[in-house]
Design a binder for this molecule. Structure first.
Ligand SMILES: Cc1ncc(C[n+]2csc(CCOP(=O)(O)OP(=O)(O)O)c2C)c(N)n1
Length: 313
């Protein structure tokens, strides 16, 4: 089948839409844009294992589906286990000649709650076992589909329905769990962060993750207009601000070596926070605290990048 492409600058991108329109994602959802780009990067030779969460709910209201590729709905708990089984099963079926030999990627897709909370154990196991699969976490920083409940990926100071702001609370009181670093700690060949506000960077990383032999983990920052309390036309801009302020750096780790893909002169975190209703209540002192943490975390990341570039002793 010949594939139509469109040229954007120097890049060529497929016009194939494997995540079809007509789904029930919120207006302006950053996550749906990220999924659409992800599917463009992956192509048709995939089996998607998709955890419960926004993506699954909005894309599969019976009797319709937005998925133009084989797709399995999984539970929170077992997404990485199902993707492991798919990978192993395909391998066996090809060995036994039941299906033709060709590369078919096993892809797990899940939200931040499914990844960093409930499905964490299965994910860690699958990474440790070394399955040749890609795990993509679409991180909208809360359990959004069931009503904006906090997850371990919700950042400090955000107001959610289960970490609400009030007289005695500033909202979420814990720091965002660093899932990309946890993935790196498993010693897998490829880990990357991405955001739909940088579409080509995202697509290149997803493609690289699929081509890598062994487990790959991609953590996609997915702006949620509804949960973050921003206007519906702002998700791309807010994603950019997260990257430009250092709140969500875009980097990749190939065989333990860190590389920053965008290294901006950092903008104030306050600009990013003030765009969003979920941070509306924060005092200047709290914003300063968040700024200090972002600055120090970014410095740590840059140190790792510098160490990766230094000639090994
Ligand atoms: C074991 C279990 N607990 C709770 C639920 C209810 N539930 C369905 S989706 C969801 C939130 C998912 O959050 P996340 O993984 O971050 O994805 P998002 O909806 O934000 O995309 C919850 C709590 C469930 N399906 N299974």
């Amino acid at each position: 089948m010949t594939q139509a492409t469109v040229k954007i600058g120097k890049r060529e991108i497929t016009t194939d839409e494997l995540f079809a329109s007509g789904h029930r994602g919120c207006i302006g959802c950053g996550e749906m844009l990220a999924v659409r780009l992800t599917m463009k990067a992956l192509g048709r030779d995939v089996v998607i294992s998709n955890a419960t969460g926004c993506i699954e709910i909005v894309s599969s209201p019976l009797p319709t589906t937005s998925w133009e590729v084989p797709w399995i709905h999984t539970l929170f708990e077992n997404t990485a286990a199902v993707a492991s089984g798919v990978e192993s099963g395909l391998k066996v079926m090809m060995r036994k000649g039941r299906i033709p030999q060709k590369q078919i990627h096993s892809i797990a897709i899940a939200g931040d709650g499914a990844t960093s909370d409930i499905g964490f154990q299965a994910l860690s196991g699958a990474l440790e076992r070394g399955h040749d699969f890609v795990y993509i976490c679409f991180d909208n920083e809360a359990y959004m589909n069931t009503g904006i409940q906090r997850s371990s990926s919700t950042p400090y100071g955000a107001s959610t329905t289960t970490a609400p702001v009030g007289k005695k609370s500033i909202g979420q009181t814990t720091q965002k769990k660093n899932m990309p670093e946890i993935a790196v700690a498993h010693g897998i060949p490829y880990v990357a962060t991405a955001c739909a506000s940088y579409p080509f960077d995202l697509m290149e990383k997803v493609k690289k993750a699929a081509d890598v032999k062994g487990p790959a983990y991609v953590h996609v920052f997915s702006v949620c207009d509804t949960g973050w309390r921003i206007p519906t036309n702002q998700s791309v801009a807010v994603g950019r601000m997260a990257v430009q302020s250092g709140v969500f750096p875009l980097y990749e780790v190939e065989n333990g070596k860190y590389k920053l893909n965008i290294d901006p002169t950092l903008k104030p975190v306050a600009d990013y926070l003030k765009k969003q209703g979920r941070f509306r209540h924060l005092s200047d002192a709290e914003i300063q605290k968040i700024q200090e943490r972002v600055t120090s975390e970014y410095a740590k990341l840059k140190e790792k990048v510098a160490r990766s570039q230094a000639p090994s002793a």
